[in-house]
Design a protein around this ligand. Structure first.
Ligand SMILES: NC(=O)c1ccc[n+]([C@@H]2O[C@H](COP(=O)([O-])OP(=O)(O)OC[C@H]3O[C@@H](n4cnc5c(N)ncnc54)[C@H](O)[C@@H]3O)[C@@H](O)[C@H]2O)c1
Ligand SMILES: *[C@@H]1O[C@H](CO)[C@@H](O)[C@H](O)[C@H]1NC(C)=O
Ligand SMILES: *[C@@H]1O[C@H](CO)[C@@H](O)[C@H](O)[C@H]1NC(C)=O
Ligand SMILES: *[C@@H]1O[C@H](CO)[C@@H](O)[C@H](O)[C@H]1NC(C)=O
Length: 322
């Protein structure tokens, strides 16, 4: 018995991740790519990842890797990818004309009830979907990379997106173990990248002005702020730093406002400051030819952190039962 079919368009990094999430909950996935060899490479990669997750005890859902893997079909036809699907997740490169082109085709192939969801990191849902007959069925589901270990997913409707599209997308993401965050309206950069770029902007100014080195900026995050940010956000951090939020405001609002006024306008990252950061990162993370090695180091840490959080969530849930 099938739970239903999902079409995934584009089988790169994100298409593979979404496929793994959907099969973990028992959905059939038909994977399409303009390059047939990409879908074959994707299947092999997904198999390897499923076995690795099983070993680390991080597999999602209740199905074995074998049962999950059986749910994947690949195709060289876009039509076959989306036919009979109740949900389509597009994961093609981040270029407006490519996405508009793909969706214009899918729009003509699917039933008006189908949900059309894009993985875009930064393109506005209105810009991708404005020309579609079924634009009211369009929404953005922007995952954090890597989606399996960083489950927060931004859900961004356009002004014309139907309410039920939003609700069903949220329900599906929750069912596969993601943690959706819904934006009430679209905005440039969505939320994750606006926060990320605000941090980068201030870090850049601190280096440009000679206050600290790039290594020291990274230390403040990885050995300071980031310790808490791995499990709570800035608001809970503030709340716990005082006796509640109103007290926090009384105690710190003036000081924070005063410092924020000192930040200065945004600046393009380029020139000597960027070269200085480049040089520091080469020392910290190794030369460019070793980046792949350092990425594996990052992914091992992320995996261990995800496991720790999962174990602690489980322990909390058991505590609250007693
Ligand atoms: N990589 C990330 O960190 C990340 C995080 C969140 C969201 N995203 C977004 O997800 C989307 C996909 O990114 P990715 O990193 O998986 O890219 P990728 O380059 O790894 O994969 C893109 C795939 O799409 C295929 N493709 C190209 N044109 C196509 C077409 N017309 N029809 C079907 N397939 C086509 C390519 O062959 C490739 O396999 C982008 O919009 C990106 O911004 C990426
Ligand atoms: C879903 O996958 C199963 C297992 O491979 C298969 O038997 C079934 O026919 C598939 N259903 C659909 C709708 O693709
Ligand atoms: C917590 O309080 C200290 C001073 O006691 C302050 O330096 C710090 O910025 C506060 N944290 C937050 C999140 O405001
Ligand atoms: C940036 O760093 C790389 C090594 O990671 C080095 O090869 C390159 O020359 C540097 N570029 C500049 C402009 O300094």
């Amino acid at each position: 018995m099938s739970k239903g079919k999902i079409g995934v368009i584009g089988s790169g990094l994100i298409g593979r991740s979404y496929t793994m999430l959907f099969i973990s909950a028992g959905y059939n996935v038909t994977l399409f790519d303009i390059l047939a060899e990409q879908t074959h490479a994707a299947k092999k990669d997904i198999w390897d990842q499923l076995k690795a997750l099983e070993k680390q005890n991080l597999l999602r859902g209740t199905l074995t890797p074998e049962k999950q893997f059986e749910l994947i079909a690949t195709t060289e036809s876009l039509e076959e990818c989306v036919r009979g699907a109740f949900f389509v997740q597009e994961c093609v490169p981040e270029r407006l004309e490519i996405k508009r082109n793909v969706w214009a085709k899918v729009d003509k192939m699917v039933d008006p009830s189908v949900i059309m969801s894009s993985s875009t990191s930064a393109l506005l849902p209105s810009a991708i979907s404005e020309g579609l007959a079924n634009k009211n069925r369009f929404i953005v589901s922007h995952p954090t990379n890597p989606p399996f270990y960083a489950p927060a997913t931004e859900v961004v409707p356009a002004s014309w997106t139907d309410e039920d599209v939003k609700e069903k997308t949220i329900a599906l993401l929750k069912e596969v173990g993601q943690i959706p965050v819904v934006l009430n309206r679209e905005i440039k950069g969505f939320v994750l990248n606006r926060i990320q770029y605000a941090i980068m902007g201030e870090c850049y100014r601190l280096i440009r002005d000679g206050i600290v080195s790039p290594e020291d900026v990274d230390t403040i995050m990885s050995q300071g702020l980031g310790m808490r940010y791995a499990f709570m956000g800035p608001w809970e951090t503030a709340y716990l730093n005082a006796t509640g939020m109103m007290h926090y405001g009384e105690a710190y609002s003036d000081m924070i406002f005063n410092i924020q006024q000192d930040f200065g306008p945004p600046e393009r990252m380029e020139g000597p400051t960027l070269e200085y950061i480049n040089e520091s990162m080469r020392k910290l993370a190794g030369p460019e030819e070793d980046i792949q090695e350092r990425r594996r180091w990052r992914d091992r840490r992320l995996t261990a952190l995800a496991k720790l959080k999962k174990d602690m969530d489980k322990a909390d849930a058991e505590d609250s039962k007693q």
